[in-house]
Design a protein around this ligand. Structure first.
Ligand SMILES: Cc1cc2nc3c(=O)[nH]c(=O)nc-3n(C[C@H](O)[C@H](O)[C@H](O)COP(=O)(O)OP(=O)(O)OC[C@H]3O[C@@H](n4cnc5c(N)ncnc54)[C@H](O)[C@@H]3O)c2cc1C
Ligand code: SF4
Ligand code: SF4
Length: 608
């Protein structure tokens, strides 16, 4: 039987939806990363049985499975060649909010969960910058985090329990203990070997103070003696390669009673960063963000009214969320000890703008020029705070020598530095620079015993550097973890492990042919998605602003007028009601005008 016929049979067996049309497969072929893989089919499961049947179907037909929630992955882990399992339509419910916890399905937007928690006086602090778009399943799978980690810890510190479906299709629940027995002996055996391996334990002990999301949470073997807890924490940062999450239970903490207040200062000397951060940590700050000189130049060009001084080496945004009046007095007093450029920025309206700019710095890089795109590949490195100035100097030099513009910024309180180089996007040759960039950047990072990922998770753009980061011994244990949960490698293969460096530029979505200034700046951050009536009406799924844009691009560039799918494809594009919400949201980000792009296409103005 042909795969198409088998899919038709499979479709009849499940309660959820199955998409096989070529245009839908195109829509699901990208995420916010630089990679593109056209899947064979997309399954939107309605029940756990649907997921189990999908695993059986995948095994029978030698297809792999890639889970997906909002698709904001920057490491190419929400795209794959086999089956995409999209949770957004039916697994989007908050199941329970208790006095100090929340139990949720995977496809709940972080900000929506936060709003529901706030109604009960609770909150989930490690807020990622993409919180208006990304979803809890993806957050757990990437070990997502944000500035809040400096005070409250990473998302891993909030993990209580998880239910997932394993690679055999069995349900595992670390709260009830269902399905745990199967893994117990192997994990306990591995635990003993890790704990007795002096070299490995020395590496783990040494690296405990580097915030890491590059791979499986190997620290959990030492931290959690109970197998159920160990499994829950191993799922954190597993990028869909160990199990398929269906329910997640996270700790929630009391929401601060005062409204957080932020100030920004401009440092005249980069080497003050360490002492400055020590001081604001001592004062109990709830976030510390750093924006490097090169990113400040971009921000100044885009928003001249912000009055960013040209002499600043870096801007630091500091937020406090308790005992605010008294703390701000102390903070103001301590500023005398630092060499600053100009006065501290205190105006709440201006600070709101600074936060918005900080959260949008990646999409903002699209504003560097009309022919370039951010080459997201070394986006999430981390070192100890004391090493930030040296690392930034190294990075500035690397990109200066390569003659490549770059944005450098991050959650300085925990040593995270985001790196977004911007390249010409017109030929595939341009993309090959990615390997050179990665070689040089990671060489610098490893000099400081740093990591290739602090919060965006491992993935296609960095897995070839994982062994170098951890060394052969630890790497061997990481492979064993995968072997225990998914020995046949059907869950998101080639994302966590890949030793072939040339794969770094395989299957990239660049070159991209511009089809007009309305669509070009869009980098698929999905920040406008939850404001799109078409996305909401379709019960999410994958109908929304960036999806319409991609469909139009596909229609114009690849589809002949006699294509049998054309009517359905065009009908889907026209489910955009031209409300303009996406254009409005993007006004303050990169200024993509996806409503106008859709309108232009309908009027026949978008051509190859
Ligand atoms: C502009 C921008 C800013 C960003 N800022 C931050 C930031 O500050 N901090 C941060 O941490 N990240 C940030 N990110 C990265 C991204 O938002 C995070 O990685 C986020 O956690 C991904 O969530 P998602 O719902 O989009 O997941 P997806 O992209 O859909 O998937 C991410 C991973 O989760 C897996 N997954 C999804 N659902 C399941 C499931 N049910 N079971 C098992 N695995 C699953 C997928 O297979 C994939 O490996 C940013 C991204 C963008 C575009
Ligand atoms: S239109 Fe703007 S906000 Fe929407 S996905 Fe594209 S870049 Fe992001
Ligand atoms: S204009 Fe279309 S794509 Fe944009 S928000 Fe409205 S319905 Fe969605």
């Amino acid at each position: 039987m042909l795969l198409k016929e088998k899919i038709d049979e499979f479709k009849k067996k499940i309660e959820g939806d199955v998409l096989i049309e070529r245009f839908w497969r195109e829509v699901y072929s990208t995420d916010a990363s630089i990679y593109k893989f056209v899947p064979e089919l997309i399954v939107l499961p309605k029940t756990k049985q649907d997921i189990q049947k999908t695993i059986k179907f995948a095994r029978e037909n030698k297809l792999d499975i890639t889970c997906r929630t909002a698709g904001t992955s920057l490491a190419g882990t929400a795209v794959g060649k086999g089956i995409i399992l999209d949770f957004t339509r039916y697994f989007d419910q908050i199941l329970e909010i208790g006095p100090d916890y929340v139990k949720t399905q995977p496809a709940v937007i972080y900000d929506d969960l936060q709003a529901k928690l706030a109604e009960k006086g609770l909150f989930l602090p490690p807020v990622p910058a993409s919180s208006r778009a990304c979803m809890i399943g993806g957050n757990v799978a990437t070990k997502a985090c944000g500035g809040g980690a400096v005070k409250y810890g990473t998302l891993d510190d909030f993990m209580l329990a998880i239910e997932f479906i394993d690679a055999d299709g069995d349900i595992v629940n670390t709260e009830t203990g269902q399905g745990v027995e199967k893994f117990k002996q192997k994990l306990e055996d591995l635990r003993q070997r890790i704990l007795n391996d002096k070299k490995t334990m020395a590496i783990l002990n040494r690296r405990m103070d580097v915030q890491d999301a590059s791979t499986y949470n190997i620290f959990a073997f030492d931290r959690y003696s109970n197998t159920n807890e160990l499994i829950a924490h191993l799922m954190m940062g597993s990028i869909g390669t160990l199990g398929i999450f269906t329910e997640i239970k996270l700790k929630a903490v009391p929401k601060p009673t005062e409204k957080p207040v932020s100030w920004a200062v401009y440092l005249a000397d980069l080497y003050q960063v360490d002492n400055f951060i020590k001081e604001v940590k001592r004062l109990g700050c709830s976030a510390v963000e750093l924006v490097d000189r090169v990113s400040l130049d971009l921000t100044r060009n885009c928003f001249p009214a912000l009055g960013i001084p040209t002499e600043a080496e870096a801007m630091i945004i500091v937020q406090f969320d308790e005992k605010i009046e008294q703390t701000l007095k102390e903070f103001e007093n301590s500023l005398k000890n630092f060499k600053l450029v100009g006065e501290a920025v205190k105006d709440p309206v201006k600070m709101e703008k600074f936060w918005e700019v900080r959260k949008c710095l990646l999409p903002l890089t699209a504003k560097f020029s009309a022919t370039t795109k951010p080459l997201v590949s070394v986006d999430d490195v981390g070192v100890r705070v004391k090493d930030i100035p040296d690392l930034l100097q190294d990075l500035r030099k690397i990109f200066k020598d390569l003659n490549i513009k770059v944005a450098l910024y991050g959650h300085a309180g925990t040593g995270t530095i985001h790196i977004d180089p911007v390249i010409e996007a017109s030929t595939k040759e341009h993309v090959k620079i990615i390997k050179k960039i990665a070689d040089k950047v990671y060489e610098a990072v490893f000099k400081y015993d740093g990591t290739i990922a602090t919060e965006h998770g491992g993935g296609r753009c960095r897995s070839m550097y994982l062994e170098k980061e951890w060394g052969k011994e630890v790497y061997k244990y990481l492979l064993e973890i995968k072997q225990i949960f998914d020995p046949d490698d059907i869950l998101n293969p080639n994302t966590m492990f890949n030793t072939d460096k040339s794969k770094i530029y395989d299957n990239v979505k660049i070159p991209i042919k511009p089809l007009g200034p309305e669509e070009w700046p869009c980098m698929e951050c999905a920040y406008c998605q939850s404001k799109c009536p078409a996305w909401i009406t379709a019960k999410k799924g994958e109908t929304g602003p960036k999806q319409f844009k991609n469909l139009i691009r596909y229609r114009v560039l690849n589809v002949k007028d006699n294509d049998p799918e054309i009517l359905e494809m065009e009908k889907q594009i026209k489910t955009c009601i031209l409300c303009g919400n996406c254009t409005k949201v993007c006004e303050t980000i990169v200024g993509a005008k996806l409503k106008e792009f859709n309108e232009n296409w309908r009027e026949g103005k978008v051509r190859e």
